[in-house]
Design a protein around this ligand. Sequence first.
Ligand code: SF4
Length: 413
Amino acid sequence: MHIHIANRGSDHFLKASYPVRVGIYTEVATDSSILHFNLNQEIIRAQGTDGNWPHPQEWLQRTAGNDWVYYSTGGYTGVFETTGEYYLPNLPYITNNALGGSPLHNRTVAALIQSWHPSLLALQAAGDRLPAEASAFLANAVRNDPLHLARRAQDLFAIIGGRPSVLPPDSRHVDYRVIPLTVCRGCLYKCSFCRVKNDTAVTPLSRREIDGQLDRLVVYFGDELANYNSVFLGEHDALLAKPELLCHAVEQAHARLGLADSAIAGSNVFMFGSVGSLLGTPRKLFAELDALPGRIYINLGLESADQATLDRLGKPLTSAAIRHAFTTLLEINESFPSIEITANFVIDDKLGKNHYNSLISLIRDGVDRTRDKGAIYLSPLRFDSPSRARLFTFYELKRHSRLPLFLYTIQRL
Ligand code: SF4
């Protein structure tokens, strides 16, 4: 057994074709596995090291919502081009992934999810001559058993008023490692195609409610705050919150969660917006957000620039409004260095030619030159039917696009 306490990983989220561990963590290595723990002694990663593990560069990661996600290389073929990341998160629930297999069903992988805690108990029992620091670590880590971790996730959801059903695609830049803070519940359109919406009417929270969440989040994350440099302002349309409330949330999240002082350089704010909230937001707010600390990512669900497709999706908007939002997004990205607005469009074999032609006309003809800001995410409409064959449409659109273009797999907290 080898225990390395407070290992310092990278202070940046790097996009690399090899595993990069970010932040501060403790490593416990045995002859059959490597386990990583956060600063609250909760398990966050696990990897088998015997010959049965699927790939030496792949690992399991546990999210703040207590999901075990398997990171695979996808054979290093096309993963980066399609997702913008070198590793493919394989999720333990049904989603709209276009890539990936079922590594979580692999016997060795599934066994490690079950066996890490009994292994830790066995190590603790065998380690009677350990240094005091290692013994103290093991005692705490053993207390954080699977049941306790499941309860902790429920506590987190209770603080913010429910589990976020989806995280913005831009949060891939920090490997979805975000502290959730709800600023506005519900969404404007309740589109019929959408699988992540809730029934809640649009309800911005008060300054007091936001501050109350922050107080509880500080206590909840405790020492582990040092490993977070990003916040997700939920739920589905944070841009609907009043400008002063949004600025307050960004400022206070930085001040109280210490985002800019974490072990990871830079800080980020992620949120969703919508056509209505973007077009209704005074330009002044973007100037104010731009002046605040951190980089701000706002992701919009535009879905289609074709009226027949919008009608079919049950998105109550006109194609003219979608085009207006798209040109506004380009202008804002051009004018404010710290703000990046990105947009989602749907893809599916069953959508008509006009959907794809209108999309090409936006991302090729509507953009005067190639830009590296303002990514477009293509979101498969179908759930749980990954198929590399369907990537043909994706590559065709990518070839035309003057904006970065990636696939969007819906991932929850
Ligand atoms: S796509 Fe966005 S606006 Fe439409 S129902 Fe889903 S969350 Fe709401």
